[in-house]
Structures are given as structure tokens and as C-alpha cells.
Design a protein around this ligand. Structure first.
Ligand code: BGP
Length: 465
């Protein structure tokens, strides 16, 4: 059977500055949270590989952009590192700006639309030391950084994004305690989430102001990118299971959807947090007007896995943190064992339908989706990594995307995560996502895997078997 995607549906690449650029200590680049954690505890990183080198894109951007072009991709998302663009006084770092000019010019010359994201978990270390997102002053510092970037590149970059996965830092650093500083405190986590939401909204506000003043091209758009996880529970759920779904969905998904589509936070979630759990999230008079500015032109939907939850065993843990849900293990689940994530392609359809229903005026695109696999060298045959598992993964998701578009979802494109293998937080180079391998033993040389040729043909015609 032949599956067809709309003619103007775009294929592209998703990456990020801190995971690709490297060149971490040159030309005035400041240290980031990741440089700090790498120095503090290098043994926490897979094979002791810290944040320093990325995949060497700083030096290879021309080759990489040509590669993306050769895959018939129309767009490329990366992020601008706060640490490279801005100095400690909050002013433009000309040397950092010069590199981003080169990168953007190169993409434009190759007719690749650059999607510029302004934050990908990469807080400057000195701001993290001041409390990071838990400190409301950082919200202003971020808005200043984004404003400077927009003033500098407003006539070169058409597609701007405020954040990638703004839910991840609150959850990983302050709720689940998986990332430094390994805190498990709902109260801090929700304050951080709230401050990031304000930062997003201020950035959108600045974008609109600069556009009105003609400092940004008139056809430019602003968006936010988040990892949305469609929530499911067990068959025949109890009211408590459904309550677990409501708050999981509320904090993880609806929180952001409501801000970017409707300019406010979900009332039922705020009511539970403030009135039932008695947790202060730090709201101040005037904040609602800031949040009202958070409405975007389009949304990036990163999809990796669903969330399956059921009622927790108790309402609060021993430290007084509300217990929102506990995991529900679906007996039929299929896992990506390397990453420990469930593979459930139908989730991309279900959540696309949720966006259509809850935010009917909001166009979106799949801004990340991908499969990370450890030890891919064992799949070499005739000098090429035979990553058929990746082809199956992408194909299965594209089938559900095509169906969602048929059923009315306003999904405009598909960006694959990590088209060129990259460094990935604590996992470093453990799980490889790319259609293109980065050979660490050959000075970061790029090498196409089998899937590269496969996606190249699909991106050319927007149809697949
Ligand atoms: C997303 C992030 C990316 C990337 C990807 C794969 O959540 O936006 O930065 O890392 O997940 O995840 P990981 O690298 O942890 O396997």
C-alpha cells in the first residue's frame, strides 16, 4: 500500500546546540549547567563523556547542512546557546554571534529553513548558581537574551521557538531527581515550571513587539516545542485512575497547550495544586497578563512514548509531596530496550487528535521522533549499518501521522530527532539516533546508515510504501 502525505508536508532534522556544537570553551562562550555537571561528576556520564565536544558541528556545519540538503530535507531545527551568544553582563558576545551568522547564512544559502530554538536545557552556569529557574530574576535574563538574539537575527531567521521541552527541567531536576541537583520536591518543581512558562510568554511578547517594529520579518512565526505524552490508563479504570490521568495530563500536557493556544493555565490543575495540595507556585499580580501573551503561531510536538498511569497508593509521600499517579504497565507494550521507552506509534495519532480537539486553531508539526539504539556497530554489513529497526520505527509513526492528517489534524511536517548522531546528556553517545553515524574513532566522521537512503526517497516525494 502507498501512503501519501500532503505535497507541502515538510521533512527535516531536529538537533540542539549543546548536543552538537562542541567548541565549548572558545571565543568567550560561558560555561553551562552541563559543563558544570560534567566537571562535577564525569562518572555519571556514559563512558565518562561530558558535554564538551557535541558532535563537532561547530567545525562541520557546512558539511552537515549539505548532508541535510542531500536527504531532501527542507528544514533544520537547532538551538542557539545562551552561553555562546551572551556575555556575563547580558550583552551580545560578537564572536558567538559571528558563528551563528555563519550557520544561518549557510542554511539560507542551501535553502534549508532554519528553525531556531532559544533554550534546550542549557542554562549558563552563573545563572544556575543564582538559583536557575527557581529564581524569578532568571526569567528576565532569559527574555533579555531572546530579545538580543531576535534583534540580531530577525531578518535572517523566520521560525523561532522559545523552548524545547520546558517540562523536562522541572521534572528531571526537581521532581524525579534524575538530573543534578537530584531534588524530589514538587513545590520547587512547579515553581520552576511556572517561571519557565512566564519566560516563554515574555519571549513571545518581545517577538510580537519586535515584529511590529519591523525588526523581525513580517512572515516570521513563533512557536514552542514540547514533548507531549498521550496519557492512558488501565481498562475499566476507577475514578481514582481517571483522576491520576487528569493530573498527569494536566501538568505535563494541558499546562503547555492551554498557554500556547489560549493564553492561560488550566484552571482545574491550578485549583488542585493551590487549593487541594496547598502549594504556592509563586503567582504575582500582573502575571495573568504576561501569560495571556504566550499564545504562539504554531506548536512543535515531540513524540517518543505514551504515559500509562493508574491511581497512586497514597495521596502524599513521606516528604509531603503529592503523589500524582503510579505507572501502569500495559501487558502488550513493546519496548525500545536501549532507551527504556515504550514504542507506541498510535500515540502520535491520538495526541494529534487531542490538539485538533482542544486547540483547533493551532497548527503543529512533529518536532522530534526517533529511535536511539546502543551498539549499532554490530549491524554493519557491507560497510553500512543496516538499521532496519529505525526504518520500521519511522515508517510506523508516519503511517499514523498520515492517518491523523486524513482525519483533520493540522500537522504540517516531520522532524526526525538526531538525524546525525549526537551527544545526549547523561547518556552521551550511548544510544545513537541518526540516519547518519558519527564515528567517534574517526574524528567525528559522518557516515550514512541504511535508513538515510530510505528517508531521502520519502522526503523527495512525500509518499512511502
Ligand atoms: C528529547 C530531547 C533531546 C534528545 C531526545 C532523545 O527529550 O529534546 O534533547 O536528547 O529526547 O533522548 P535521549 O537523548 O535522552 O535518549
Amino acid at each position: 500500500m502507498t501512503y501519501k502525505l500532503p505535497k507541502d508536508f515538510f521533512f527535516g532534522a531536529a538537533m540542539s546546540g549543546p548536543q552538537t556544537e562542541g567548541a565549548y570553551n572558545i571565543e568567550g562562550r560561558l560555561r553551562s549547567y552541563w559543563d558544570m555537571t560534567s566537571d562535577l561528576e564525569i562518572n555519571k556520564f556514559f563512558n565518562n563523556v561530558g558535554s564538551y565536544v557535541g558532535n563537532d558541528m561547530y567545525h562541520r556545519y557546512e558539511e552537515d547542512i549539505k548532508l541535510l540538503k542531500s536527504l531532501n530535507f527542507k528544514s533544520f531545527r537547532t538551538s542557539m546557546q545562551w552561553t555562546r551568544l551572551i556575555d556575563r553582563d547580558g550583552k551580545l558576545n560578537p564572536a558567538g554571534a559571528a558563528w551563528y551568522h555563519k550557520l544561518i547564512d549557510c542554511a539560507n544559502e542551501n535553502k534549508i529553513d532554519i528553525f531556531m530554538n532559544m533554550y534546550h536545557f542549557d542554562m549558563p552556569e552563573y545563572l544556575y548558581q543564582k538559583g536557575g529557574w527557581a529564581n524569578r530574576e532568571i526569567v528576565e535574563a532569559y527574555a533579555n537574551f531572546v530579545k538580543i538574539a531576535m534583534e540580531e537575527f530577525g531578518h535572517k531567521v523566520k521560525y523561532w521557538f522559545t523552548f524545547n521541552e520546558p517540562i523536562v527541567e522541572p521534572e528531571q531536576q526537581y521532581l524525579h531527581g534524575n538530573w543534578y541537583p537530584y531534588v524530589k520536591d514538587f513545590s520547587t518543581s512547579i515553581k520552576v515550571q511556572y517561571n519557565i512558562t512566564l519566560a516563554h510568554s515574555l519571549a513571545v511578547h518581545n517577538f510580537r513587539k519586535l515584529k511590529a517594529a519591523d525588526k523581525i520579518d513580517q512572515d516570521a512565526k513563533i512557536g514552542m516545542i514540547n514533548c507531549f505524552a498521550p496519557p492512558y490508563t488501565r481498562p475499566d479504570p476507577t475514578p481514582e485512575d481517571l483522576e491520576a490521568v487528569r493530573m498527569t495530563d494536566g501538568l505535563h500536557n494541558r499546562w503547555w497547550l492551554d498557554v500556547v493556544a489560549h493564553g492561560h493555565l488550566p484552571e482545574d490543575v491550578i485549583d488542585t495544586v493551590e487549593n487541594k495540595w496547598k502549594i504556592d507556585i509563586g503567582r504575582r499580580p500582573g502575571d495573568d497578563a504576561i501569560l495571556a501573551e504566550g499564545v504562539v503561531d504554531w506548536l512543535g510536538f515531540n513524540y517518543y512514548q505514551p504515559t500509562r498511569v493508574q491511581a497512586p497508593d497514597c495521596d502524599f509521600d513521606e516528604s509531603g509531596n503529592p503523589m500524582i499517579a503510579k505507572p501502569y504497565i500495559w501487558p502488550e507494550r513493546k519496548m525500545n530496550v536501549h532507551r527504556g521507552w515504550e514504542i507506541y506509534p498510535q500515540g502520535i495519532y491520538d495526541f494529534g487528535m487531542k490538539i485538533k480537539k482542544e486547540c483547533p486553531d493551532l497548527p503543529f508539526f512533529i518536532s522530534e521522533n526517533g529511535m536511539g539504539v546502543e551498539g549499532e556497530e554490530k549491524y554493519y554489513q557491507d560497510g553500512v549499518i543496516q538499521d532496519d529497526y529505525r526504518i520500521d520505527f519511522v515508517r510506523d509513526h508516519l503511517i499514523w501521522i498520515a492517518k491523523s492528517i486524513e482525519d483533520g489534524a493540522n500537522c504540517l511536517g516531520y522532524h526526525y530527532w538526531g538525524v546525525i548522531d549526537n551527544w545526549s546528556w547523561y547518556n552521551a553517545f550511548k544510544n545513537r539516533y541518526g540516519f547518519v553515524r558519527v564515528c567517534l574513532d574517526k574524528g567525528y566522521q559522518r557516515e550514512e546508515k541504511k535508513s538515510a537512503q530510505w528517508i531521502r526517497e520519502i522526503a523527495l516525494n512525500n509518499e512511502f510504501e
